[in-house]
Design a protein around this ligand. Structure first.
Ligand code: ADP
Ligand code: MG
Ligand code: MG
Length: 877
């Protein structure tokens, strides 16, 4: 294979082979922009190097050939004593991994060529500065010497001279540093700094290849979900010098503000500096506009190039440039990273400018970004006091009183107080506290800790792993850096987007995007306008409908404002909680016969009212009601606490408590999630499902009488065999017929057997709704409530999955079952309606998958509805 490409041979579409940096350097070269000549060694060579442990055969020769032609173009030879060519050796992978891999500048300098360089440039200082930089970078990156040693030596020299920055050093100082650096190198590696330019080049290339597997690069890729086996390309680029006096310098720039998308001149510039100095903060940079005064001609040229690049890439670009004695050179460009707000604004701006069409604009924003924009955040305010910074585990801004136990959290929340649950780490026992709290703060654990995983699942603000905090749950207090003390009841504020923890109340501002969805938005706001345009376009393009999972009229109404076209999952078990628990207990204690019927009769009107409320909120749109699903014991008191209560009461224990205890014991199951629940419960407790169906029918009749347009769909959970469904369906049909109400009857597909026998099940079902939470846990055979905290962190570390299968659909396993069910179901019943109501219905990647396998709709929590609409649209363009 061909391992080396001259910049004139590549282009921007060859990122796989040339890496992002190399592909874009080639693209700029072809655009006729002033790029120093050079060549790129491919990622393929890197992969071969990493697997074989050495440079692939033929690569050396190819490099020689390209170097020779570079030398010819430049009229200089690499490291030649009289007039040396110097090069940089730069890493550059397909996906940008900022600061993760290595680059060495000024390759080709040694004790001889440093004089040649000085003679040619007429600047001794520059030559020695460049030489010491080479030893410093080479020493650290290629030879693995601790960079601090070089830094300290540099500081010593500055200190000795009484200057604060490198501009105060002269040629002699740098020459002296070169000697010190050489000593450090000899001392640390046992050999002298390699003087041969060819050796320097080869060693630098190998080091860049090797840096692909540096620990931090491996970690970064895992976090960003970049595949581990891509490898990096290496770019060898003729050096240009920003450190040749005050008419030289180096800078970075964006074609638009990456924070807001505003067009303008954004960037930083540093005179008489090289490479990394701009971002390293060694001296104060000046805003890019100042270049207009410093070097008007280069400034004008730079602005021209920036506009060329934007028009060419049709997107925000960021660039690195260097000015060598008034001559501008482009050293890098790429489509720049941006904030979510900027992403929306830029996409619409570019469409308005006619650079892209709306389909492309839609493709350039993501549901994830939209979700980010929907969280409330802390407003700009003066006196906020930062306590510490932890990990940004789940976004949002939360303010409340610190509490140190789940019980306290519930207690205060019940009184209407806002609380932040603080603990070293959370366990499944803290669930109720997490639900009650505004936010969660832990001092232990990373982004895959229990707290983080659960909080993200609930959409609750969470900062985790704030290790500087010493949490004393017993003493109900924590201490932070600088002796800050926070006791129970003290107000703190946490920012789940940045990981910051503040003392006291920081004012929270609602997201303008949510206000807009809620119909209260300021449509003059540019961000809101951009979101509106893209949402409209997505709605116009998408094939799938979007529904919401909602159990109350309030949730349903909000979902509708957010654009839901129906309810895909209305859980009925929530209707059995609170004060109605008593009635459910009666039902359970009753046993078969008249007593049970009486208990059911008491529940029916309450259920009817619940349904009527939801039908009203969703008038004219379909509402899928799932009959009761969870195991009955969930409605009973906890076994341990009830046993204790009865035991403590002794002879005084009430008959009801005794009965309850017996029932709890009787209903106890080893694996409740695999036990008596869903359709099994419906068949085992006659009358239960019938009561619910009657309530639905009665609610429909009531709404009709009121002039409404209720559209009920009845959904049976946990079906694994068509026979189960047939029994329930037949009874439901009878009841519907009696009341003259029409409703589709369908089932959830959430047991693997249901997916595998979907062809049969479709005989009895008018619709399928994939319950992917259960389907995921049953397909993998692990319990969602237990495993996330127990071993998911380890599995993510080991790469067994890149993301929790409860967050993003496991396409290979669960997705395959869905695909089978879609095909076999439709084969049986051509007009079978298909949807998804698991948590995945609001996950961007999963939504696109649902589109691909041909579902008719996705259903998700009300808050995720806009995300699903956007992604359903993106799936089409
Ligand atoms: P990174 O990917 O970390 O930005 P780069 O390979 O872009 O690393 O290089 C690091 C710095 O050195 C950048 O500021 C870049 O502009 C500068 N640089 C790289 N090659 C050259 C060169 N041939 N001449 C001058 N400066 C260079
Ligand atoms: Mg760079
Ligand atoms: Mg389920």
């Amino acid at each position: 294979p061909k391992y080396v490409y001259d910049f004139t041979e590549g282009n921007k579409d060859l990122k796989d082979l040339l890496g992002g940096k190399g592909a874009n350097l080639a693209e700029m070269t072809n655009l006729g922009l002033p790029v120093p000549p050079g060549f790129t060694i491919t990622t393929e060579a890197c992969r071969s190097y990493l697997s074989e442990g050495g440079l692939p055969a033929g690569l050396g020769d190819e490099i020689d050939t390209h170097l020779a032609s570079l030398e010819k173009t430049m009229g200089r030879r690499l490291g030649a004593p009289d007039d040396p060519l110097l090069v940089s050796v730069r890493s550059g992978a397909k996906f940008s991994m900022p600061g993760m891999m290595e680059t060495v500048l000024n390759v080709g300098l040694n004790d001889d060529s440093v004089h040649g360089l000085a003679k040619r440039s007429g600047d001794e200082r520059h030559a020695w500065d460049s030489y010491r930089r080479l030893i410093q970078m080479f020493g650290r990156t290629v030879l693995g010497i601790d960079g601090a040693l070089f830094e300290c030596a540099l500081e010593d020299v500055k200190h000795g001279k009484g200057v604060t920055d490198d501009l105060g050093l002269d040629a002699g100082d740098f020459q002296h540093l070169v000697d010190t650096y050489k000593e450090i190198t000899l001392d640390r590696t046992g050999s002298a700094f390699p003087a041969d330019p060819r050796d320097q080049l080869r060693m630098a290339v190998e080091a860049v290849f090797g840096s692909w597997n540096a620990e931090r690069a491996v970690l970064y890729r895992r976090q960003e979900r970049i595949p581990a086996d891509l490898g990096t390309a290496v770019n060898v680029v003729a050096m240009v010098f920003g450190n040749l006096g005050m008419e030289s310098g180096t800078g970075v720039a964006f074609t638009r503000d990456p924070g807001t998308g505003q067009q303008g001149v954004y960037g930083d510039y540093l005179q008489n500096a090289q490479g990394e100095d701009v971002v390293a903060g060694i001296r104060n940079t000046v805003p890019l506009e100042r270049l207009r005064d410093i070097d008007p001609e280069s400034y004008r040229e730079l602005l021209g190039i920036m506009s060329t690049l934007e028009n060419h890439y049709r997107d925000l670009c960021d660039i690195e440039f260097t000015i060598e004695r008034g001559k501008l050179w482009m050293l890098q460009t790429r489509v720049g990273k941006r904030t979510p707000a900027a992403a929306f604004r830029i996409a619409v701006q570019l469409a308005d400018q006619g650079l892209i069409d709306m389909d492309e604009a839609l493709a350039r924003v993501t549901g994830e970004q939209l979700a980010q924009l929907m969280f409330p955040r802390f407003g700009e305010s003066g006196g906020r006091r930062l306590i510490t910074k932890g990990m940004n585990a789940s976004p949002g801004a939360a303010v409340g009183k610190a509490v140190f136990s789940s019980a306290r959290a519930e207690e205060l929340a019940a009184r209407g107080e806002d609380v932040i649950l603080v603990s070293r780490e959370t366990t499944p026992d803290d669930l109720s506290g997490m639900i009650a709290a505004r936010g969660v703060l832990t001092s232990r654990g990373g982004k895959t800790s229990h707290a983080a995983v659960v909080a993200r699942g609930m959409g609750k603000t969470c900062v985790c792993g704030a290790e500087q905090l010493d949490v004393d749950a017993e003493g109900r207090r924590f201490t932070g850096p600088g002796g800050v003390e926070v006791a129970e009841g003290d107000v703190i504020s946490i920012d789940g987007g940045t990981g910051e923890v503040f003392l006291g109340e920081v004012p929270v501002v609602a997201s303008p995007v949510v206000e807009y969805f809620d119909g209260r938005g300021d449509t003059g706001d540019e961000l809101v306008r951009a979101v509106d345009r893209l949402m409209r376009h997505a709605d116009g393009r998408r094939r799938m409908a979007v529904r919401a999972n909602a159990d109350t009229p309030e949730d349903a109404a909000r979902a509708r404002r957010f654009g839901a076209q129906g309810i895909g999952l209305c859980r009925t078990e929530h209707m059995f909680l609170g004060e109605r628990r008593q009635l459910v207990e009666d039902l359970i204690l009753a046993g078969p016969g008249a007593a049970r019927q009486k208990a059911l009769d008491a529940l029916e009107p309450l259920q009817k009212a619940d349904f009527a409320g939801i039908f009203e909120a969703m008038d004219g749109t379909p509402v899928t009601i799932r009959l009761i699903d969870p195991p009955l014991h969930e409605f009973l008191p906890d076994l341990t606490s009830l046993s204790v209560k009865v035991a403590l009461a002794g002879d005084d224990a009430t008959p009801r408590d005794r009965e309850l205890l017996a029932a709890v014991r009787r209903l106890h199951e080893q694996n409740p999630m695999l036990g008596l629940r869903g359709v099994r419960l419906g068949l085992a407790v006659p009358g239960l499902f019938a009561m619910q169906v009657r309530a639905i029918a009665a609610a429909v009749v009531e709404r009709r009488a009121a002039g409404g347009d209720p559209r009920a769909e009845i959904m049976i959970p946990l079906v694994g065999a068509v026979q189960e469904l047939e029994h329930v369906r037949d009874e439901a049909r009878r009841i519907l017929a009696e009341t003259g109400v029409e409703a589709m009857i369908g089932t959830m597909i959430e047991v693997p057997r249901a997916a595998l026998t979907a062809g049969q099940i479709a005989e009895a079902a008018e619709f399928f709704s994939f319950g992917t939470n259960d389907l995921t846990q049953m397909t993998w055979g692990f319990s969602r409530d237990d495993v996330e905290a127990a071993f998911f962190a380890r599995y993510l570390d080991l790469g067994i999955f890149g993301v929790s299968p409860f967050e993003t659909l496991d396409r290979a396993g669960v997705g395959r079952l869905m695909d089978i069910a879609v095909h076999e179901g439709r084969a049986t019943r051509g007009d079978l309606k298909l949807g998804i109501c698991g948590e995945h219905g609001g996950d961007p990647e999963s939504v696109r998958f649902c589109h691909r396998i041909g579902l008719d709709y996705v259903s998700c929590s009300p808050f995720r509805v806009p995300v699903a609409r956007l992604e359903a649209g993106r799936a089409v363009v």
